[in-house]
Design a protein around this ligand. Structure first.
Ligand code: URA
Length: 236
């Protein structure tokens, strides 16, 4: 990462201010004065001092993305664009990865981080982190489905799911629902509806643990989680 970018990211001012800071001779990289904003530094290895004080580059980033359809929840893919491809280079340098997977055609809340411990906590089946989905379902969703989901349903591979909290928003030829589940089996929401003879035609994740999808984010956009949100996630 360029030193001027790193300093700007760390709050040392605008690009212009950082440029004059560098020019002033007060930036030292690995013991040598650095005046060139284009110089590359590795934030996890190089030592950067400003006015004699060490710049402690943060180790972790926590991003909240509104995942669009057509993009894969993975770090790399030979054919398709991934959620990591949608990140700015400044965020990509942290080598983040998505916390769990959303299907290619699923939209909505995706947390992206390089904090392996937090990711593990959020995905561990033992932690029962609730995830809420909004879905449009072909077919009339009924109170019997609500009842069935509350007891868990048997998927096509014989797995009996944990209870799901199904809320019917509207019911008709095309129904709208919200479903909260505490597991993350492959295609789980779609397969739960298949088990009661219905088809999910649109799926969006709107909540994970305490974190809500930010409605200000357009599809494909993302923002950093606030410190409060990070604390909520860690302390849940
Ligand atoms: N359930 C699904 O079927 N798909 C997803 O992407 C997430 C949950």
């Amino acid at each position: 990462m360029r030193i001027d970018k790193l300093l700007a990211n760390m709050g040392y001012g605008s690009r212009k201010e950082v440029k004059s800071l560098l020019k002033s001779g007060n930036v030292v990289v690995n013991g040598t004065g650095c005046k060139d904003g284009k110089q590359h530094v590795n934030p996890s290895q190089d030592e950067v001092f400003v006015h004699g004080e060490k710049v402690v580059y943060r180790e972790f980033i926590y991003l909240l993305m509104n995942k669009p359809q057509g993009v894969i929840s993975a770090t790399e893919d030979l054919r398709d664009e991934t959620v990591i491809d949608l990140l700015e280079p400044d965020h990509r340098v942290f080598n983040p990865f998505p916390v769990g997977r959303l299907d290619k055609d699923t939209e909505g809340l995706l947390i992206i981080t390089n904090d392996g411990q937090l990711s593990h906590q959020l995905l561990s089946p033992k932690k029962h982190v609730p995830k809420t989905y909004y879905a449009e379902v072909k077919g009339v969703v009924t109170e019997e489905d609500v009842e069935a989901f509350s007891e868990g349903v048997t998927l096509d591979d014989g797995y009996h799911t944990k209870p799901g909290d199904l809320v019917i928003l509207s019911s008709g030829e095309m129904s709208e629902i919200e479903l909260t589940i505490t597991e993350g089996k492959f295609h789980q929401v779609k397969r739960m509806f298949e088990s009661v003879g219905k088809k999910v035609v649109y799926l969006q994740r709107i909540k994970m643990g305490p974190i809500l999808l930010d409605e200000n984010l357009e599809l494909g956009e993302y923002r950093e989680l606030s410190q409060e949100e990070i604390d909520q996630l860690k302390n849940r």
